[in-house]
Write a protein that binds this ligand. Structure first.
Ligand SMILES: Cc1ncc(COP(=O)(O)O)c(C=O)c1O
Length: 402
């Protein structure tokens, strides 16, 4: 059957507006479309393809598991899920893991757990959830309500209640909002969708202290920042602040859908049998791939490589900016970088994305003002150089068209 981009407009719900070309194959940080045209991938499937496309070790893990056992449901447990959970608990603060299929589902589980924990321990008054403006936590109705962008949550009827928002990096405002009625605080330890905004380390420490003071759980949403992206296995490890609950997805499966919620034994015990669940959560195929991805990412070689690659991106982007003067700031950490546009190009991040696509480079935006890169953690140096040469041509095209 012959399908093209035009088929999308005929058969798909129009909630997405995908690019004009249809990718059919990927290898490392390169992708090819239906016409055989080649692209360099700095988008990584929105911070997902942590080891690029079709990494041979991940393909091997998937095919081996594919020949053994695909699905059981949680009526049974399975070996890949048990091994992955063991490795996640060994590598982090957590003692317990709950598997889901996406970032939103991992966050949904975290929020429900926090509410149940507070109800069991302190009663129903303690139900407030605090999150931050510009935060993003997924598209289920609870998570999109907790996310700090009402444009995504308005227009669907009554929202889940007792959710309040506060300015990120503003400890004074946060201190005014938190109280003994707060059951949990959800934050990204590096805001992704909101514009690649790093937290002030003192702010994160202050939030932790105030959570302790008011017996509120601190939930770190590391769906975008986790699994090596910042050069640490999880971003909290570079901030010296430990959350009570952590959520992970995106890079965790290296491109295979999986989400996870990590927590301590004392908190986990409030999700008793029957309180929450998922048919597919902990699926053996997903867990087998994620186990292999974790084995590869959680090595000195890959994690320290992230730092070196960030330095190269920053150096080359700095040179582009010296020539064209379009960025106010290059921000973010590791392989999650944002080029924040200056006043002259305010609101035009999408123009840079389109110009990059014309140069056969895949990039992302993070809001209207930031061009975002979230490539593979092992993108080869020559792909970074070639990709940024294409990006320079894209920048030149936007500047010329001005
Ligand atoms: C920080 C963060 N949390 C949650 C999500 C939602 O993840 P998913 O799309 O897998 O549900 C995202 C997706 O962009 C994210 O960046």
């Amino acid at each position: 059957m012959n399908v093209t981009r035009a088929t999308f407009d005929e058969v798909m719900v129009p909630n997405y507006n995908p690019a004009g070309m249809v990718p059919v194959r990927g290898e490392g940080s390169r992708v090819w479309d239906q016409d055989g045209a080649e692209y360099i991938d700095f988008a990584g499937g929105i911070a997902v393809n942590v080891l690029g496309h079709c990494h041979p070790e991940l393909v091997k893990a998937l095919t081996e598991q594919g020949n053994k056992l695909w699905h059981l449901s949680n009526v049974f447990t399975n070996e890949p899920a048990l091994r992955l959970a063991t490795k996640l608990t060994e590598a982090t603060f957590a003692d317990r893991v709950y598997f889901a299929n996406s970032g939103a589902e991992a966050n949904e589980a975290a929020l429900k757990l926090a509410r149940r924990w507070a109800l069991d321990k302190f009663g129903e008054e303690k139900n407030q959830i605090i999150a931050f403006n510009k935060g993003f936590h997924g598209r289920t109705f609870f998570t999109v309500t907790v996310g700090g962008q009402s444009a995504y949550s308005d227009g669907f009827g009554p929202k889940p209640g007792a959710v309040d928002h506060c300015e990120y990096n503003n400890l004074e405002a946060f201190e005014k909002l938190i109280s003994d009625k707060t059951c949990a605080v959800m934050m990204e330890p590096l805001q992704g969708e909101g514009g690649i905004i790093s937290p002030d380390p003192e702010f994160v420490k202050g939030v932790r202290e105030l959570c302790n003071k008011h017996n509120a759980l601190l939930i770190f949403d590391e769906v975008q920042s986790g699994v090596g992206r910042t050069g640490h296995l999880y971003a909290y490890m570079g901030l010296d602040v430990t959350p009570d609950i952590l959520t992970s997805a995106k890079s965790l499966g290296g491109g295979f859908p999986i989400g996870a919620m990590l927590t301590t034994t004392a908190i986990a015990e409030h999700l008793k049998p029957g309180t929450h669940g998922s048919t597919y959560g902990g699926n053996p195929l997903a867990c087998a791939v994620a186990e292999k991805a974790l084995d590869i990412v959680n090595t000195r070689e890959v994690l320290s490589g992230v730092e070196a690659k960030e330095a190269l991106y920053r150096e080359l982007l700095g040179k582009i900016n010296d020539k064209y003067n379009v960025f106010e700031e290059i921000r973010g950490k590791g392989m999650l970088l944002g080029c924040a546009l200056n006043k002259d190009y305010e609101g035009r991040a999408r123009d840079f994305l389109v110009a990059s696509a014309n140069e056969h480079l895949m990039v992302l935006v993070a809001g209207a003002n930031v061009v975002r890169f979230a490539p593979s953690l092992i993108i080869p140096e020559e792909d970074i150089r070639e990709g940024l040469a294409r990006f320079e041509r894209a920048v030149a095209a936007v500047v010329e068209a001005k």
